[in-house]
Design a protein around this ligand. Structure first.
Ligand code: PLP
Length: 374
């Protein structure tokens, strides 16, 4: 590996190895009993009626949007400061994204003011808990109620985030999560949706596997081979190997999130006196702390900092280049202005964060960062 400190480092152990071997030895590797067990554990852990595991966060979002009733021509409020996959499934459906600006450099979630401006012409809102922080979800929920909008959460960054005892991903009609390799709950590729709405769950479940009224495992288990196709669906199934990894990772989630919280506290202490530096959000205690982004002083040359950090063996990243400025989006929607998102995106830099870091590592990284900024 070229980095002394990569942006993320996978922390699998003997439990994950054993879980994968068990699945292989069972002889059944596509969606089956492990997936069901994983889904039951997800629903119980997050306190919802239904969980549905999928092949990725992107496919979870696509299913969540369709099952919640997003259809061609609908207008959906979204952030631009997110991974592009929050928005692409809306375009596949033929819905139109309405980009909302973030609140501020300090609170980079979509702002209630920006959302309320767009709400009268919108049909739905997608809320992303950026970096794991739920700030404004309650206000956005109230706006959704006031204007009768569908609320969907992309909680990919917020696996385990809690707001007054209630998990991120349980505020809207449905939520989607990614369990991509660098996420707090990591299965390599994978995702899931959570909902309390039986209709949403049933529709998403049908769409996940070609709209078929049966599954391969059901037929293998002795049920009748004949089936009907009642929806035009997809193959968004997860494998038993990924589900087994998910079960092990779910058991480790709380402890690993606590470790992330300790590391973020260290980071914040070390960087708090750096002039002009903004560390987004305050209450890192209720965040899953998926990443640790900072906002550089206004006059800092970010490219130089990235290079200097690389010289010290530290990988940095940018979360995110704003979606509305991507070539494909400019082509579709023209030049939209989101001044706060754009300034944030110009100045932000993400430092390494993963549970196996220790306080000495944070000291090394923050020292190198301070030197790089000067
Ligand atoms: C906010 C957000 N939404 C959606 C996705 C897409 O998830 P996946 O890569 O599992 O398809 C990601 C993944 O990085 C993400 O960070």
């Amino acid at each position: 590996m070229p980095w002394r400190y990569p942006i993320f480092d996978l922390d699998y152990g003997e439990e994950e190895r054993r879980a994968v071997i068990e699945v292989i030895q069972s002889g059944w590797i596509t969606q089956g009993p492990k997936t069901l067990e994983y889904e039951e554990k997800l629903a119980s852990c997050f306190g919802v009626k239904y969980a549905l595991a999928t092949s990725s966060g992107t496919t979870a979002l696509h299913l969540a949007y369709l099952a919640a009733g997003i259809h061609p021509g609908m207008k959906v409020i979204v952030p631009s400061l997110t991974f592009v996959a929050t928005v692409t499934p809306l375009l596949w459906i033929g819905a139109r994204p309405l980009f909302a600006d973030i609140h501020s450099l300090k609170y980079p979630n979509i702002s209630p003011e920006s959302v309320e401006k767009l709400a009268p012409e919108a049909d739905a809102i997608v809320f992303v808990h950026y970096a794991g922080f739920p700030d404004f979800i309650q206000d956005i929920l109230e706006i959704a109620r006031k204007y009768n909008l569908i609320l969907i959460e992309d909680a990919s960054h917020a696996i385990g985030t809690k707001i007054n005892g209630k998990f991120a991903g349980t505020f809207g009609q449905v939520s989607a999560f990614s369990t991509f390799s660098n996420k707090n709950l990591s299965t390599g590729e994978g995702g899931f949706i959570l909902t309390n709405d039986k209709k949403i769950f049933k529709k998403a479940k049908l769409l996940r596997s070609h709209g078929m009224t049966t599954t391969s495992y059901s037929k293998f288990s002795g049920n009748h081979p004949l089936y009907d196709v009642v929806e035009i669906g997809f193959n968004y199934r997860i494998t038993e190997i990924h589900a087994a990894l998910g079960i092990v990772q779910l058991e480790k989630l709380e402890q690993k999130n606590e470790k992330r919280q300790e590391l973020v506290k260290k980071y914040r202490n070390k960087l708090k006196d750096l002039e002009g530096l903004i560390i987004p959000f305050e209450n890192f205690g209720n965040s899953a702390n998926y990443i640790f982004p900072v906002v550089m002083p206004e006059t800092t040359d970010r490219e130089k900092v990235i290079d200097k950090m690389a010289e010290a063996g530290i990988q940095t990243s940018i979360h995110y280049p704003p979606i509305h400025k991507f070539t494909a989006f400019l082509r579709l929607f023209g030049d939209i202005e989101l001044p706060i998102t754009e300034e944030y995106a110009r100045r932000t830099l993400t430092l390494p964060l993963y549970p196996s870091l220790n306080p000495q590592d944070i000291a090394y990284i923050t020292d190198a960062f301070k030197r790089s900024i000067h």
